[in-house]
Design a protein around this ligand. Structure first.
Ligand SMILES: N[C@@H](CCC(=O)N[C@@H](CS)C(=O)NCC(=O)O)C(=O)O
Length: 204
């Protein structure tokens, strides 16, 4: 299997999940602006959506959309408990949280990365993120993890998108439980390994 990724992008989430599950995944970096892979291939030809993450399966099929990819990986190793069993109430809770992070948090960050986003839009999007984080902070003040009592794919995803706050000057100081969560997730060996592999850890 091959994971198409860009350093620190939302593809960090399936990268962490693969490492947590102990699934060997080849990594190929994509220049998402130039739409070229590190091997020099035209990324449009690989993924007509043009964005990461994309997972090339051993069958040659391409799986896209972060929430689908992390569930696919988690289901390859059910013993990793990165996703509750299919058909259980807990699995729907995981999908509920993945959907919330995907549409309410991840995609609210996206315009904040674009230099031509007008200041008024930037402020409105930050206010929206603030509301969305308030609920997550309330949950994490009472629970260590987003779903159930252990780390799941949802935690990898929230960690990944929240890591962007520092890059877009989104202030997390009102969310102490989110900040503690980021520290907790960051300390996991899989997360350190993923950050290192993506060149995101400064040399000690
Ligand atoms: N709906 C997709 C969105 C993926 C996405 O937003 N990818 C960003 C990086 S976080 C990207 O590759 N952007 C480059 C582009 O769209 O050109 C998912 O949830 O996986």
């Amino acid at each position: 299997m091959k994971l198409y990724y860009a350093a620190g992008a939302c593809s960090l989430s399936p990268h962490i999940v693969a490492l947590e599950a102990g699934i060997p995944v080849e990594l190929e970096k994509v220049d998402t602006k130039a739409k070229r892979t590190a091997n020099g291939e035209d990324y449009w030809q690989i993924n007509p959506k043009g964005y990461v993450p994309a997972l090339k399966l051993d069958s040659g099929e391409l799986l896209t959309e972060g929430p689908a990819i992390v569930q696919y990986l988690a289901d390859l190793k059910p013993e990793s408990a990165l996703a509750p069993a299919n058909g259980t109430a807990a699995r729907y809770r995981l999908q509920e949280v993945l959907g919330y992070i995907n549409s309410e948090v991840h995609k609210t960050y996206s315009p904040l990365f674009k230099p031509d986003t007008p200041d008024a839009v930037r402020e409105e999007r930050k206010a929206y993120l603030h509301k969305r984080y308030a609920l997550l902070d309330q949950h994490l003040a009472k629970h260590e993890w987003l779903v159930g009592d252990h780390f799941t794919a949802a935690d990898a995803y929230l960690f990944t998108v929240t890591n962007w706050a520092q890059h877009v000057n989104f202030d997390l100081s009102e969310f102490p439980a989110i900040q503690a969560f980021q520290q907790r997730v960051s300390a996991r060996p899989s997360v350190q390994a993923a950050l290192k592999a993506e060149g995101l850890l400064k040399a000690a």
